[in-house]
Design a protein. Structure first.
Length: 198
């Protein structure tokens, strides 16, 4: 927890940050958004899940991962016994890129403030990053999800577990990719269990 902040203070600070994001015009993505998709979960989450950017459904509803890849993600959490009450879900970019194109460097840079601050306030035990954009946010541009996944990394004081983006699972239809994804989620659950047992 950021030094000296109670849960209520952290929760309030997250709401203030979300209100600030609602008015953000720091990059061009604000021009076409219906809503800012700030995040879902509470300030006491143990796992911060970080995707890429909102899609069409997320933009309309203002909630991350409500489309097909979100359904897959939530089913996978349930399959490995990861309760959603432990999870805060967000993205590296909080506004939808038009036509679901990749976020561009100035957009990633403009949005960095929000994810950095979410990380600081939530202070999770684990960061679960989904796909290349989230992986590179934490570990840098030279990393690729295909070789980085399957293990954990230290990012500042956090345990980072990178895995595939769920939309890749939908697109690849490959059972091997599915089982690697499940194995990565189990790694996160094992880590939480170890910490609880201490
Ligand atoms: N894909 C993402 O990366 N994030 C969402 O919120 C939805 C789809």
């Amino acid at each position: 927890m950021p030094s000296g902040m109670s849960f209520t203070q952290k929760q309030r600070a997250l709401i203030e940050l979300s209100n600030r994001a609602d008015g953000c015009i720091d990059c061009q993505l604000h021009q076409e958004r219906s809503s800012v998709v700030f995040g879902q979960g509470t300030a006491e989450a143990r796992v911060l899940v970080v995707g890429e950017a909102p899609g069409k459904n997320e933009d309309l509803q203002g909630i991350p991962f409500v489309g097909r890849s979100g359904k897959l993600l939530r089913q996978a959490f349930s399959a490995v016994g990861l309760s959603e009450q432990f999870v805060y879900i967000t993205n590296v970019v909080k506004c939808r890129p038009p036509d679901n194109r990749n976020p561009r460097p100035p957009e990633l840079a403009a949005c960095r403030y929000y994810l950095d601050r979410q990380l600081e306030l939530i202070d999770p035990e684990i960061i679960l990053s989904l796909g290349n954009f989230a992986l590179r946010y934490f570990l840098g541009e030279s990393h690729k999800i295909s070789t980085a996944r399957g293990q954990s990394y230290q990012f500042d004081k956090f345990k980072l577990i990178p895995t595939y983006h769920p939309s890749y699972l939908l697109y690849s239809h490959n059972p091997e990719i599915n089982s690697r994804f499940q194995a990565d989620l189990r790694l996160a659950v094992e880590h939480l269990e170890e910490r609880s047992a201490r």
